[in-house]
Every structure is written in structure tokens, then in C-alpha cells.
Ligand binder design. Structure first.
Ligand SMILES: *Cc1c(COP(=O)(O)O)cnc(C)c1O
Length: 225
């Protein structure tokens, strides 16, 4: 457990260093602790030192885990982000569990999200990122870069979804810098404040290019089983 705290402090320090080195005027980067496949005990370690922003990639796993964690921490305002692919039959469940959905990537999902609000109008405070297939990879989810503008506008103005930024996972076998830069450019064009990009291996470059949320799992919690 101690190792988790050491890692966590080190990452916060690195974020600060990086932010100061590349002062570029974007919102300060926030750390999303990616807790997928890590235990409630490990997560609690971070909650106990004041961390509040977490990410999970599976609706089912997050549902049971975080229902318990929220129950055990009623005084803490947790912000849970969905960073994994979303199936349309899981949208309602996802909206119940998560505060922020980062993987909005097609019309069907967006329409379901809108339907959720129509039926649960008291829960309008959800936020969304549109996931962009920035490397234009065949197997990857995400909106094609050339269609992002149109999709974001449709979600925002036609559906009334609160789109706050763009999210990407660059190709694993290429230098991520170019892709981070492209995402930041797209965000700026669309006047979106937030860019969710950068993981354990490349968060430093992501911050350099204006990431406002970085998603770090193994760098904090260690290797997954
Ligand atoms: C797992 C995951 C991360 C975190 O990856 P690490 O290498 O463990 O830091 C970030 N983003 C997404 C979308 C993920 O699925």
C-alpha cells in the first residue's frame, strides 16, 4: 500500500514539473487514477489521502466496486470516469455509475444518453468527452478526425449533451506526440476546454501538448494481475 502512495506522490510531482516547464495556458492537468482491475482496498488508499478522480473501463466491474466504495465514503465527492468502450445496451447503467463518460463515439450511444436524461431529468449533471480515433486505426473505436466537428455539434446542440472535451488513445507503435498535438488542435478549433490523453508511459508528452486530464493506472497501482 505504501508503494501506491509513493508512486502517487511522484506522479503528482512530475505533473507539477511538467506543467511549470511548458506553461501554455491550458487548464491545469488533473490526474485520473485508473483503477480497473485493482481492489477496493488499493483504491481506498488514495481516497484516504484526498484523491477523488478515478477511471474504470468496464461498466459491470465499476458498478459493484464503486457502489460499495461510495457507500463507505459518503462524505467524499468522487468523480468517476468511464474510459472504456460503451455498448448501447449498457448506456443507462453507465450513466447511473459514472459522472463522466469519456468514450462517446457514435450516434446510437449519444441518442441513448439523451434518452436517459429524458427519463431521469434530475440527473443532468453528467459530462462527456467524444473519443477520437486519432490514428485512424481500423480496429480502434472513436470518431474519425474529419467527422469530429459535426459529431460534437450534433451532440451539443441537437441532443443537449454537455461535451467538455476530446479523448484519445494513440496508436501503440507510434510516437504519440503528433497525435496529442492533433487532439489539442481539434479541441481548440471546437472551443473545447478539455483533452483527455496520456497514460503511464506518455503522460509527460501529453501534458506538454495541453492535456487537461491524464489517465494513469499502472504508474500508481503497479502491474495488473
Ligand atoms: C487502462 C487504461 C489507461 C491506463 O493505462 P496505464 O498504462 O495502466 O497507465 C488509460 N486509458 C485507458 C483508455 C485505459 O484503458
Amino acid at each position: 500500500m505504501n508503494k501506491i502512495l509513493t508512486n502517487y506522490q511522484e506522479i503528482l510531482k512530475q505533473i507539477d514539473l511538467c506543467k511549470n516547464k511548458f506553461q501554455h495556458g491550458y487548464t491545469n492537468p488533473e490526474l485520473i487514477a485508473v483503477s480497473k482491475r485493482f481492489s477496493k482496498e488499493k483504491i481506498q488508499t488514495l481516497l484516504d489521502v484526498g484523491h477523488r478522480i478515478f477511471g474504470e473501463n468496464k461498466v459491470q466491474e465499476a458498478k459493484s466496486k464503486w457502489m460499495d466504495i461510495r457507500k463507505q465514503n459518503p462524505d467524499k465527492t468522487i468523480e468517476l470516469h468511464l474510459i472504456g468502450p460503451l455498448q448501447s445496451n449498457k448506456v443507462f447503467q453507465a450513466m447511473d455509475v459514472f459522472d463522466v463518460i469519456q468514450t462517446l463515439d457514435r450516434e446510437k450511444i449519444a441518442s441513448k444518453a439523451r434518452k436517459y436524461f429524458d427519463e431521469n431529468s434530475f440527473k443532468k449533471n453528467k459530462k462527456f468527452f467524444v473519443q477520437v480515433n486519432i490514428g485512424e486505426e481500423q480496429q480502434k473505436s472513436g470518431v474519425e478526425p474529419s467527422l469530429v466537428n459535426q459529431f460534437v455539434k450534433w451532440c451539443t446542440y441537437d441532443l443537449g449533451l454537455n461535451i467538455i472535451g476530446l479523448m484519445c488513445i494513440p496508436p501503440i507503435d507510434k510516437d504519440p506526440n503528433l497525435f496529442f498535438k492533433k487532439i489539442r488542435c481539434l479541441c481548440d478549433e471546437l472551443k473545447l476546454e478539455h483533452a483527455s490523453m496520456g497514460m503511464t508511459s506518455d503522460y509527460f508528452s501529453a501534458i506538454q501538448h495541453g492535456a487537461t486530464f491524464i489517465r494513469v493506472g499502472t504508474g500508481i497501482f503497479g502491474a495488473r494481475d
